[in-house]
Design a protein around this ligand. Sequence first.
Ligand SMILES: NC(=O)c1ccc[n+]([C@@H]2O[C@H](COP(=O)([O-])OP(=O)(O)OC[C@H]3O[C@@H](n4cnc5c(N)ncnc54)[C@H](O)[C@@H]3O)[C@@H](O)[C@H]2O)c1
Length: 250
Amino acid sequence: MNIDGLSAIVTGGASGLGEATARMLAENGARVTIFDTNGALGKTVADQIGGDFRRVDVSDTGSVAAGLSGLEPRICINCAGIAPGAKTVDREGQPHAAEIFAKTVNINLIGTFNVATQSAALMATAPPLDEDGARGVIINTASIAAYEGQIGQIAYAASKGGVASMTLPMARDMARAGVRVMAIAPGLFLTPMLEGLPQEVQDSLGAQAPFPPRLGKPPEFAALVRHIIENRMLNGEVIRLDAAIRIPPK
Ligand SMILES: NC(=O)c1ccc[n+]([C@@H]2O[C@H](COP(=O)([O-])OP(=O)(O)OC[C@H]3O[C@@H](n4cnc5c(N)ncnc54)[C@H](O)[C@@H]3O)[C@@H](O)[C@H]2O)c1
């Protein structure tokens, strides 16, 4: 699909991987709407790229429906997410708080489901864009934690495992409508999620990647989003974007 002139939604577009994706899409001529709970950052990014910002909590179906009103998205990129850490049983012998588990799944998995399904419904009734009958592309953000969750990542890994597993059945569901569904499973990227860590921790995390031995840069994520949108044969697959890292338990 040619990005130029299409309407695009980017959740989590106020920061990190979503922000880089929103910038890339705008540079390539898309009309971008950022969905995020961070109004200050979201509006700033939207203003810089000539796009729109809508305050949307992806875990709330009504908020997503309100955010989508009046839009005709052809590109839907889900980057909103949180990554809290908690062990199955903590040092004091207390079980993992169910509220933290539920919140993580609500934002990362159900939030992705909400935005993807509601966008898919809008794409399905739009006219085809090319001779294949393509109507849109949905790209969800999983994580390598879907496969190699670390100590303290049961909630995050479960949520991202769900995002990865949804990819093929959602692509199959939407095939008749000409909507492709893909997911990206990033390794370690330098975004505000990791920028809070001390430099030596960032360096040692980056050095775990075989090649290149560094943290990924958000524009490298956005570059894969662009390729997925433009390559009509990519569908129903989760792509690891991780410099061959296979993350250890901690
Ligand atoms: N940075 C990494 O190394 C890495 C690795 C693997 C996967 N990921 C995934 O990539 C995605 C983006 O991560 P990032 O590193 O850019 O993080 P980030 O914290 O920089 O950005 C996440 C954005 O999501 C928004 N958000 C959070 N909850 C929301 C909600 N309920 N509704 C709407 N917006 C909400 C935040 O306000 C923020 O702007 C996440 O899903 C994350 O799990 C990141």
